[in-house]
Design a binder for this molecule. Structure first.
Ligand code: DGP
Length: 110
């Protein structure tokens, strides 16, 4: 998608340090963190949001949770507080499916 900010990040048109990258996914820190650790896990393929998920994405969804588990471990969150949040509808501001991994103390709602 030409004007999608996350597609631009994925295409590396906007410089961003990736904490994780595979053929299908990237993860990077949120620009406006809502918690001590606030990572975004983003599929490379443009899926608008939760409502656009189909059975074709079943493998991708498992990969997303595997990467979340990896990032939880890397950030020593197993025994700390962490949450995984996916916003939809008016709560979603970037219309490209993404998963928020929030660890440690919350500062505000995502
Ligand atoms: P949501 O409201 O669920 O769509 O969350 C979108 C999140 O994306 C929000 O927490 C801020 C973050 N975000 C938006 N633009 C950028 C960006 O250019 N870089 C980074 N790192 N995060 C961004």
């Amino acid at each position: 998608m030409d004007n999608c900010i996350f597609c631009k990040i994925i295409r590396k048109e906007i410089p961003k340090k990736f904490e994780y990258e595979s053929e299908t996914l990237v993860a990077f820190f949120d620009i406006n963190p809502s918690a001590d650790i606030h990572l975004l896990i983003v599929p490379k393929t443009h899926i608008g949001g939760v409502g656009d998920i189909t059975s074709e994405h079943s493998v991708l969804l498992i990969e997303i949770y595997q990467v979340i588990n990896k990032l939880v471990a890397e950030n020593n969150l197993e025994d700390d507080l962490y949450r995984v949040v996916v916003n939809g509808g008016k709560a979603q501001h970037v219309p490209h499916l993404h998963f928020h991994l929030l660890g440690g103390r919350w500062k505000k709602m995502v």
